[in-house]
Design a protein around this ligand. Structure first.
Ligand code: MN
Ligand code: MN
Length: 398
């Protein structure tokens, strides 16, 4: 015998089956709306963007593009590694943040350099050695592994070198959409564009010692592997930097939700990171990062693994849904509500980054739970008994 709940389940399964068949055909058809594509098409891209090809009926109006993939970004290859960047040039809405994805082989060096913006980083794979010297002459030399962060304040010179094995790959973020890896201050570029006699005088060395300096910026180059860290330190008469520039984010216990895990790094636990606040979010299959918004900053996202969709609501009846996968950058202007729903079969891992010293978010569910329920009911006609069950504690992943 088939009971009513079983019947509903079967009906739902049939509806799901119909949806899956439509998705397989991959045509912009939803019910009676739309028609198949007759003209040119790029089906692999359409398959990656089911919510663009067949948007939810709640999507409406003009919204800026909120996604760009590193797969579409120019690769700058050198001996020792490569880099590619997604900035305001690629994703025009991303005025507050730019990102660089960089790979260094074992021994490969991102040369000694500095820039006007602070640098925030997340190690994706492998190991690296980072160095920096601050404005008080305090130095910092450390090894970082997958899951660690680093932060170099604006203008502080630094370097990164891949270590033994596969070297490393990481994501860099800069709190300025106009940042580019092409316009950083490099030590080789400085040497190539200052008079030799002035350089020799500055360093109190013989001008002849400069005869082999590179003629142009190296950017990334292959070098020998450095010795173990304890043999690679430089004693500093002024001491070591007061604030740690590395933060072992993934070693920290997460805030657990029934549907996932969140780890936050901002000035409350990583005090040097005054210009970038971050959250590392994991959403299990079938779950979603709850509907929320950020009162203090735009959000720049980087998808590490899995598949997801995000609807961004921009007021004035405007909303659009975007699909994401590994290597994608997403962007959400300040105050626009959004959720990130896992649409795949493995956990979605992504970073939320903000040009701010503090991570802040406002939860729709918590707001409703902590507002007089009669008032909420008068707006939405949702039964009081449902409103009374809303969670009063913020639950980032549901
Ligand atoms: Mn840098
Ligand atoms: Mn968010």
């Amino acid at each position: 015998m088939i009971g009513p709940s079983r019947r509903i389940l079967l009906a739902a399964a049939a509806a799901l089956g119909a949806g899956a068949a439509a998705a397989k055909d991959n045509e912009p058809i939803s019910g009676n709306r739309g028609a198949n594509i007759l003209g040119p098409r790029d089906q692999p891209r359409e398959d990656q963007n089911p919510d663009i090809l067949r948007p939810p009926s709640t999507d409406r109006g003009t919204m800026p593009n909120l996604r760009f993939s590193f797969a579409d970004a120019h690769v700058k290859a050198r001996d020792g590694g490569w880099s590619r960047e997604v900035t305001q040039r690629e994703l025009p809405i991303s005025t507050t943040m730019a990102g660089v994805n960089m790979r260094l082989k074992a021994g490969g060096v991102r040369e000694l350099h500095w820039h006007k913006q602070a640098e925030w980083a997340f190690m994706l794979a492998g190991n690296a050695r980072v160095t920096a010297v601050d404005n008080d002459g305090l130095n910092f030399i450390a090894d970082v592994k997958a899951g660690d962060l680093w932060y170099f304040p604006a203008g502080i010179p630094h370097s990164i070198q891949g270590l033994s094995g596969e070297g490393c790959e990481f994501l860099l973020a800069f709190p300025d959409g106009e940042f580019s890896e092409d316009n950083t201050f490099a030590i080789t570029d400085l040497f190539a564009h200052n008079p030799r006699d002035a350089l020799a005088k500055d360093l109190s060395i013989a001008p002849d010692a400069l005869r082999n300096i590179p003629k142009e910026e190296l950017f990334i180059f292959q070098a020998d592997l450095p010795p173990p860290l304890r043999e690679d330190t430089v004693s500093d008469p002024h001491g070591r930097v007061a604030q740690d520039m590395v933060f072992k984010l993934m070693e920290r216990p997460p805030t657990n939700s029934p549907g996932g895990r969140v780890r936050i790094a901002d000035t409350r636990n990583f005090p040097i990171s005054t210009d970038v606040a971050a959250a590392h979010v994991e959403v299990d299959p079938g779950h979603m990062r709850e509907i929320h918004w950020h009162p203090n900053a735009d959000e720049w996202q980087y998808y590490i693994s899995g598949k997801a969709r995000m609807t961004v609501f921009g007021a004035e009846a405007k909303a659009r849904t975007f699909d994401f996968q590994a290597g994608d950058v997403g962007y959400v202007p300040m105050s626009m509500s959004h959720f990130i729903e896992n649409t795949g079969s493995e956990p979605v891992r992504f970073l939320e980054l903000f040009r701010s010293p503090r991570f802040m978010d406002v939860s729709l569910a918590q707001w409703m739970a902590l507002t007089p329920h009669e008032l909420v009911q008068a707006h939405l006609n949702i039964d009081r008994s449902m409103l009374e069950r809303l969670r009063k504690e913020k639950q980032p992943v549901v």
